[in-house]
Design a protein around this ligand. Structure first.
Ligand code: SF4
Ligand code: MG
Length: 389
């Protein structure tokens, strides 16, 4: 399949009192039409920030400061080919170069996002049906009158990614949008959807609310659904059901999914290709088989521990001793960010940041060992854990 997203050297900074935090430090990857692309890493690795950066949801004091997010959309490419020539390449537009209003209008019909905590995606004082109906109606009006339509779901309706609350009433909810909301609830496997639509978020179980959030995210018929730890808060049985639902939606609707998770089991079960993040960088990426069965980066090897086995029902991240390095700019050296924890660290690793090796295949690794054999005699004494414990 063709690429739908091409992320190049994405950089996101947070400007805090302690200093500039380089949360995303030059991330590149491609997502293909109709695939499930996984981004995996420990907490603090920059995976959620990467997801938010993709769809322009970084808030102050954070800012995307560099890189490109190429999105395939022939209509937009035609619209901006002359106005912003450097932001158009064939059928692709660089989202970062589009005017703010246009970027915003992509939320819903182009990109939608679901989160770990569905409660925070819903307004507790409106029924679930009303909120999904509103998302449907906002999207319909946005199509009719792009870049004008506002929703009042700000702060709640992140599932539909529509912001700027202006309308005070239930104006957006009509019979047609409510019918569609019920359809969506049915599509995500909610029994008695017409009755459930009239209930409030607190009347839903966690799993049901997660389904409702997915329904809300589907209201705009997005090209790409970004799912950030969508099942982390759920118990195992419900997790499996939600993952199956996402997989079915991807199969049946041809939706592209970017799955952000710390859970290797989720990656193994869902994803076609995967990028492993560490300290704001993608350190290894490739097909599921490349990364799980033939991991090259010592960090990936460490994560997979003794169970790089795709049939293992629930491989989990293995704890790796040591801490994720500080991402404060002034404290980041020109060396492999994993060196303090790496059992294979050599002199070479302490003097430069390894490039993402491009060996002509899809399997890419940001490590000096990508193109040289590991030689134990080169390893630093106490190569890992040089940091004070
Ligand atoms: Fe380990 Fe060196 Fe590779 Fe970094 S570059 S992961 S320190 S071997
Ligand atoms: Mg996160």
């Amino acid at each position: 399949a063709d690429e739908i997203l091409k992320v190049r050297d994405l950089k996101t900074r947070f400007f805090t009192e302690e200093g500039q935090v380089n949360a995303v430090e030059g991330v590149s990857f491609d997502v293909r039409d109709g695939e499930v692309y996984g981004i995996v890493g420990e907490s603090g690795s920059g995976k959620s920030v990467t997801a938010l950066s993709l769809i322009d949801l970084i808030e102050s004091p954070g800012r995307v400061t560099g890189g490109e997010v190429w999105y395939r959309n022939a209509e937009l490419a035609d619209e901006f080919r002359e106005k912003i020539p450097e932001g158009v390449d064939g059928d692709f537009v660089d989202i970062r170069r589009l005017p703010k209003g246009v970027r915003r209008s992509l939320r819903g019909p182009s990109f939608s996002m679901i989160f770990q905590d569905p409660m925070s995606s819903f307004n507790p004082s409106l029924t679930v049906g009303e909120q999904i109906a509103e998302a449907v109606e906002v999207q319909r009006r946005a199509r009719a009158n792009p870049r004008r339509t506002r929703s009042r779901t700000q702060g709640y309706g992140l599932g539909s990614l529509i912001v700027d609350s202006l309308l005070p009433s239930r104006d957006y909810v009509n019979d047609e949008s409510m019918d569609r909301a019920v359809e969506l609830l049915e599509q995500v496997g909610i029994p008695d959807p017409a009755e459930r639509a009239d209930e409030y978020p607190h009347q839903f179980s966690g799993g049901m609310l997660q389904r409702a959030m997915i329904a809300q995210a589907l209201a705009g018929e997005p090209d790409v659904l970004v799912a950030d730890e969508p099942t982390t808060a759920l118990d195992v049985t419900i997790q499996a059901q939600i993952l199956n639902l996402l997989r079915d939606l991807q199969d049946q609707e041809g939706m592209t999914v970017v799955m952000i998770t710390h859970d290797l089991g989720v990656i193994a079960r869902m994803c076609d290709r995967v990028g492993v993040m560490y300290a704001g960088e993608v350190v290894e990426r490739g097909t599921l088989e490349d990364v799980f069965e033939n991991p090259v980066h010592p960090y990936t090897q460490g994560l997979l521990g003794s169970i790089p086995d795709l049939v293992d029902p629930a491989p989990r991240l293995q704890p790796i001793e040591g801490n994720v390095p500080s991402l404060i700019d002034s404290e980041m050296d020109d060396r492999c960010y994993f060196a303090d924890r790496c059992p294979k660290a050599m002199e070479d690793c302490l003097t430069r940041i390894p490039e993402m090796d491009t060996d002509g295949t899809e399997h890419r690794v940001r490590c000096v060992l990508a193109n040289q054999e590991y030689d134990e005699s080169q390893a630093l004494e106490n190569g890992h854990f040089t940091a004070e414990e």
